[in-house]
Design a protein around this ligand. Structure first.
Ligand code: AGP
Length: 590
């Protein structure tokens, strides 16, 4: 949801580093990009619609020891050169991530005072406001402007009259990283340059004065505040595509390792005693998240219901926040979020926490916003996930949630089971021929439906999201039992139904669904761990027999199989699976 970066250097060209940083941040949005550099008291700006690479060759001409940059996911105004950030006015240049909810009112007020606006964005009011309040002290002008803004905002501000950057953080993510040559403001830790060895995470409302020598944090009233500087360690997972053609396929291949690392992280970093008290003491569990994270919750619902025997519900965070249920200290709320920055999830669980519930965050990003909201954090150790489509992080979420559900039983067997599930993924990834065959069918179908029962239903919903997100083929995921209640009307010879059958107890009923679809001349592909089901259906459908796996752990294998199908369909159709149109990696606006 837009990425911002700012670099202040003792020596060297900050603009060059900002450009490299924007390439790393592109997963946060890729509708347009821009940068400003401060050189000898003069600000030079380059901005373009489209990808960061469009800034070349002009970006190469920018020089200076201070620079800011932005890669945009458009909320207000179409993605073109004019609406691209930075926005400039007078002596200022500003990059913004977030949404200014009161921008219309501010725009009107500033226009009445004579200001003119070039763009259709909400963000331009910020720079106009700062310029309006500027009477020679940039820090004061930024603080006064920030106090007028409603919504969410992480800002990087350049002023031609002073070296350095002024940053503001409110609800949108921002970190300040340090190395021996100055400081870097950035939306996310993984996008910081490799030279950075420590970070400060500002609190909401903080304003930071960033120079090459020092970084000073203030609260919104400009009283200095202390923010802890913590070391960061090089990623265990290598960044870069590692020889794979796309991040998506690289990250699918990191799923087995993610399961192992997530188990390790659970035993090393989680306060297991307290977490056990939370889980055992819960009379009700509410799992919430968005997109893939919500879908991981759908699978985990079975884990908690079966293993803990406790009532468990799964709620879409953007809905939950507007209809919060009554909670007590015995209500355990589990927020699932890869980025830890998803605004809908943070708002939903913050409200439930205020109402008295216990909150546990399952996240791939330490230091993220959700870690400050939750009472306890369960890490997903997937390493940086660059592809917009969540793959390995979903598998890591399943592992973390499975371990939590097993807290009432036996953690040791849980670890053994997860090792087997990881091995199943490794085995599956040795051959991709079946995925290719199903992908060819997906690519030529007018619609692809994913069906399953129980845990297979949870996998079907996630498979559908993955396929539509990266290939743009119309798709839906639904419980197999619902077929006859409506979706059957859509089945014809141009549609493909992918039926997931990994639970022997429900297999017969799913086979009935296959027959019903074939009778309507619909095409069918079957994903199964069960040899007898494969044998039975191989004459009438494309069947992919997965490595053997217990029903409860089958999502680890079947979901990865369907991630592969989505990836291969996207490639066949010439899509960029890493950067699907209109989407961004972390959704920090509501
Ligand atoms: C997954 O492929 C999607 N890109 C999206 O649904 C994502 O899972 C969702 O936006 C939630 O993100 P989070 O896990 O970072 O909260």
């Amino acid at each position: 949801m837009c990425g911002i970066i700012g670099v202040v250097r003792k020596s060297g060209n900050a603009a060059e580093e900002v450009f490299q940083g924007l390439l790393r941040l592109e997963y946060r949005g890729y509708d347009s990009a821009g940068m400003s550099a401060l050189d000898g008291g003069k600000i030079c700006t380059v901005k373009r619609g489209g990808r960061v690479s469009n800034l070349m060759p002009e970006a190469e001409r920018l020089k200076g020891s201070t620079a800011i940059g932005h890669t945009r996911w458009a909320t207000h105004g179409e993605p073109n050169d004019t609406n691209a950030h930075p926005h400039c006015s007078g002596k200022f240049s500003v990059v913004h991530n977030g949404i200014i909810e009161n921008y219309r009112q501010l725009k009107e007020e500033l226009s009445d005072g004579g200001a003119t606006f070039a763009s259709d964005t909400d963000s331009e009011v910020i720079v106009k406001l700062i310029d309006f309040y500027y009477k020679g002290d940039a820090l004061k002008a930024v603080a006064r402007a920030a106090a007028r803004l409603q919504g969410s905002f992480a800002l990087g501000v350049l002023c031609a009259d002073r070296e350095g950057i002024i940053a503001v953080k409110y609800k949108s993510p921002a970190v300040v990283g340090f190395d021996g040559n100055g400081a870097v403001l950035c939306s996310d830790i993984p996008a910081l340059p490799a030279s950075v060895t420590s970070v400060c995470v500002p609190e909401d409302g903080d304003i930071a004065e960033i120079t090459a020598e020092t970084v000073t944090f203030y609260d919104s009233k400009l009283t200095p505040v202390n923010r802890v500087r913590r070391p960061i360690f090089p990623e265990q997972f290598t960044l870069g595509q590692g020889g794979y053609p796309h991040y998506m396929i690289k990250e699918i291949h990191e799923a087995e390792r993610t399961v192992a690392e997530t188990c390790g992280g659970f035993f090393r970093n989680v306060d297991v005693k307290r977490l056990t008290e939370y889980v055992r003491g819960a009379d009700r569990i509410i799992i919430t998240g968005c997109g893939t994270a919500y879908n991981a919750g759908l699978a985990a619902k079975s884990y908690f219901t079966e293993k803990c025997g406790v009532f468990c519900q799964v709620e879409i965070a953007s809905e939950l926040r507007y209809s919060p249920p009554k909670v007590t200290p015995a209500t355990l709320v589990i927020a699932v979020t890869q980025s830890g920055e998803t605004a809908d999830t943070i708002e939903a669980v913050s409200a439930l926490k205020r109402a008295g519930a216990r909150v546990v965050a399952v996240t791939n990003c330490g230091y993220s916003q959700i870690t400050r909201v939750a009472h306890l954090v369960v890490p997903v150790c997937a390493g940086a996930e660059v592809c917009v489509a969540a793959t390995k992080s979903y598998i890591g979420q399943l592992a973390a949630l499975y371990l939590m559900a097993k807290l009432t039983e036996d953690l040791f067997t849980a670890q053994e089971e997860l090792t087997l599930a990881g091995a199943g993924i490794g085995e599956l990834l040795k051959s991709e021929a079946n995925a290719e065959e199903i992908a060819r069918q997906c690519a030529k179908s007018s619609a692809v439906f994913f069906l399953g029962r129980g845990l297979d239903y949870a996998v079907a919903v996630e498979a559908s999201l993955k396929l539509k997100e990266v290939s743009y083929v119309f798709s839906d995921g639904y419980p197999a039992g619902e077929l006859k209640h409506g979706t059957l009307a859509l089945i014809d010879e141009n549609t493909l139904s992918v039926v997931v059958i990994c639970n022997p107890a429900l297999a017969e009923k799913c086979c009935n669904a296959v027959s019903q679809i074939i009778s309507r001349r619909g095409k069918v592909a079957v994903i199964t761990c069960l040899a007898d089901v494969a044998e039975k259906l191989k004459a009438s459908a494309a069947v992919w027999l997965l490595p053997q796996c217990s029903a409860v752990l089958s999502p680890f294998v079947s979901a990865v199989a369907l991630q592969l199908v989505a990836y291969k369909t996207a490639v066949l159709l010439g899509r960029d699976p890493d950067k699907p149109r209109n989407l961004a990696k972390s959704v920090t606006v509501e």
